[in-house]
Design a protein around this ligand. Structure first.
Ligand code: E4P
Length: 267
C-alpha cells in the first residue's frame, strides 16, 4: 500500500518524507487554510504551494483542489493550476468532487474533459461505491472514498449522535454489535473494501485512495482490503508509530546500555 500524507503543512510534509514513508501528498481547501493560518510566514500562497510541490519532488503526486462548482469553472481552474505549477516537478494532480449538487453532473464532466487533456484527476468526496465506479469510467486517475466522513454520517444521521459531544473525530468506528448502514455500507472501511472488490473485476487504471483516515486501526483495516493508497494525516501517522511498550523498551534498553558501559563500543 502506498502512503500519501494528508496535509498542506510543509513542516509535516518534510518530517514525514524524512521517515522514508511518503509516496504522495493530498491537500484540500480546508487543509490549505489550516496550513496558511498556522505556518505560512512571509510567502504568498502561490509560493507556498510551489514549495510543497518542490519538496514533494517528481515521484510524489500532489493533489490540489479546485474551488468552483460548475464544470467549466472547475476545468478552467484545473488548467490554470496545472499550467502554473506542473513544471516545478511534474507532480500536479487535480482534485475534482464527484458531483457538486443534485440535478447537475458537473464533476464527471470535468473529470472527463481534464482526463482527456492528460491532466491527472483525483476524484474527491466519494461516499458510495457507485460514485467511485462512475468516476473511474469518466477517466479519474484516482478516486478518494472518505472513510472517516462515512463513519461520521452513520453516527450522526443514523444514531442521532453529535460529533464533539457523543464522540470525538479520532474515535474508532464501528462499535461492536451496532448495525446501521448507508444503503448497505456499514462503515468507512466497508466503503473502501467494497470499492476495492468492484475494481478488482475490471481493468481500470484508476487507483483507490482511502481518505479521511482518522485513526491507526482504520489504516490497518483499509490496508487489509488491499487498497492501492491510504492518505493519512500526520497525527494518525504518529498514532501508527506509538506504543507504550515500545517507549518503555527503549527507555530500559538505554538505561541498561549505560550500565553495561556500551559507550565503549562506539569509539
Ligand atoms: C483527502 O483527500 C481528503 O480531503 C481528506 O482525507 C479529508 O479528511 P477529513 O474528512 O478528516 O477532513
Amino acid at each position: 500500500m502506498k502512503i500519501f500524507i494528508d496535509t498542506a503543512k510543509l513542516s509535516e510534509i518534510r518530517e514525514a518524507i524524512s521517515w522514508g514513508i511518503v509516496d504522495g501528498i493530498t491537500t484540500n481547501p480546508s487543509l490549505i487554510r489550516k496550513a496558511v493560518e498556522e505556518e505560512k510566514r512571509d510567502m504568498s500562497l502561490e509560493e507556498y504551494v510551489a514549495e510543497i510541490l518542490k519538496v514533494a519532488g517528481k515521484d510524489r503526486p500532489v493533489s490540489l483542489e479546485v474551488m468552483s462548482v460548475k464544470a467549466e469553472d472547475m476545468i478552467r481552474e484545473a488548467e490554470v493550476l496545472h499550467k502554473k505549477f506542473n513544471d516545478i516537478a511534474d507532480n500536479v494532480v487535480i482534485k475534482i468532487p464527484v458531483n457538486t449538487y443534485a440535478g447537475y453532473y458537473e464533476g464527471l464532466k470535468a473529470i472527463k474533459k481534464l482526463s482527456e487533456e492528460g491532466i491527472r484527476v483525483n476524484c474527491t468526496l466519494v461516499m458510495t461505491p457507485e460514485q467511485a465506479l462512475l468516476a473511474a469510467k469518466a477517466g479519474a486517475k484516482y478516486v478518494s472514498p472518505f472513510a472517516g466522513r462515512i463513519d461520521d454520517y452513520l453516527r450522526d444521521k443514523k444514531l442521532n449522535m453529535r460529533r464533539g459531544t457523543d464522540y470525538q473525530k479520532g474515535d474508532y468506528y464501528p462499535w461492536e454489535g451496532r448495525n446501521v448502514d448507508d444503503n448497505g455500507i456499514v462503515s468507512g472501511v466497508d466503503l473502501v473494501s467494497t470499492i476495492v472488490d468492484i475494481f478488482v473485476n475490471y481493468n481500470f487504471d484508476t487507483e483507490i485512495i482511502a481518505s479521511s483516515m482518522r485513526n491507526a486501526r482504520q489504516v490497518r483495516e483499509v490496508a487489509l482490503t488491499g487498497v492501492d493508497i491510504a492518505t493519512i494525516p500526520f497525527k494518525v501517522l504518529e498514532d501508527m508509530l506509538l506504543h507504550p511498550k515500545t517507549e518503555e523498551g527503549v527507555k530500559k534498553f538505554s538505561e541498561d546500555a549505560k550500565k553495561a558501559g556500551y559507550e565503549d563500543l562506539f569509539h
